[in-house]
Design a protein around this ligand. Sequence first.
Ligand SMILES: Cc1cc2nc3c(=O)[nH]c(=O)nc-3n(C[C@H](O)[C@H](O)[C@H](O)COP(=O)(O)OP(=O)(O)OC[C@H]3O[C@@H](n4cnc5c(N)ncnc54)[C@H](O)[C@@H]3O)c2cc1C
Length: 462
Amino acid sequence: MSSPTDALAVIGAGPAGLAAALTAADHGITVTLIDAAPQPGGQFSRQPAAALGASRPHALHHHRRTWTRLRTRLDAHREAHRIRYLPDRHIWSVEPGFTLHTLTADDEPETFAADALLLATGAYEKALPFPGWTLPGVVTAGGAQAMLKGGLVLPGRRAVVAGTGPLLLPVATGLAAAGARVAALVEAADPRAYGRHARIIAAHPGKLAEAAAYAARLVRHRVPVLTRHTVLAAHGTDRVEAVTVAALDADGRVRPGTERRIVCDTLAVGHGLLPHTDLAGALGCRTDPARIVVDAQQRTDVPGVWAAGEATGVGGAALALAEGEIAGRSVVAHLTGERPRTRSTAAKSRTALRQFAAALDAVHAPPAHWSERVTDDTLVCRCEEVTAGTVRAAVTELGAADLRTVKLFTQAGMGWCQGRVCGPGVTGVAGCPPDVVRRPFARPVPLSVLARTPRFPEGRQS
Ligand SMILES: Cc1cc2nc3c(=O)[nH]c(=O)nc-3n(C[C@H](O)[C@H](O)[C@H](O)COP(=O)(O)OP(=O)(O)OC[C@H]3O[C@@H](n4cnc5c(N)ncnc54)[C@H](O)[C@@H]3O)c2cc1C
């Protein structure tokens, strides 16, 4: 067991985890900061792989100064041994109390103990199926971004960026700035829908300026922008060669006669993000089902467990920073017996940023009726190769009324991704309500590791 001042484990070194770890360390708490990635920064400040020797590692980043400040503070706390930063370690399970089970990049198991735990595990992308989405060259928008920021490579030379949500803007402009021809930015939402949230949007002039800067970059790189449009299908034999896009009417249905083909070798497509809730679920924290539920101090309903950032609801890096700071302060109060601060600048910005995130969420909901456009022969679960037709038959012919039964009848969601990738697609095609998924492990674990892990999974075998 760790000493009283060596008591906090933070899982995730993105904006939320960094803010929490730095805040706790500023107050004398010694923190263990663990992340699956080789470098800190999370998704927002993803760093190029060190071996690439990038001459301008921050060239692809926005809010560089914020990152530099976080990095400087992290380095100082590491030097002073207040933060023990452990990269390249994926936590696959946490036992109450808390024992953290990790796997290194070489699948070597390690175990850490902590008195308090802060989950800052971020989000992953929501991937919705459509005909041709399994072709090589079709990647998620964040995947294209990760290749560019982390690997300094372009996924292709001629890209279409499609789906819905603000992430499409940095992806399209990032690809264009790095030399790709972006043949179209295809956004399903209608920008006029922002009008319904004018008061909230106007309260964030910084975000408006950011949006204007992206718009200017799109113009500069001559990226055609198609709003209220969707990708109907990706075409190709060995890899994607073109996509068909079409306009949507006010109800989210395709406007007949608007279909057109766009030649490309890459389709980067994203429909928003989903919070990572696996570890919280395994610990018994309440999830709702798409995010970890926290109180005003970012505490979960399990004593000793806090959560911050996109794991508690998707809202961007600034919100993740604010939530991380609030969680860090609350942990300090818990470990030192101080009174927690209820009012702070971070709490004020959290309220405003959550309102902004809710407005974005409403504008950028996935287009209605998308699942009707998924043809029966489209694979919806790639791991187990289950088609949309099989999922539909489970509902209409076998009588499955919930996702668990669909899974048992079809094996959709039983493969490597355990439903993380295919879950939203299978849910939409089946027409079932979303399920609260409890996964005992946050990633696949070799049997040899389980066999060598004492006491796990005591009483929780599944
Ligand atoms: C693929 C992707 C790309 C994005 N790109 C952009 C962008 O370009 N611009 C933008 O404004 N926003 C982007 N976002 C949104 C962005 O994630 C947030 O705004 C911000 O990074 C959220 O901060 P966070 O700390 O909550 O989570 P993250 O930044 O996602 O950090 C979470 C960290 O937790 C670690 N982690 C998760 N699970 C485990 C585990 N079990 N064990 C160990 N470590 C774990 C991850 O490795 C990660 O480093 C992107 C999101 C995604 C999913």
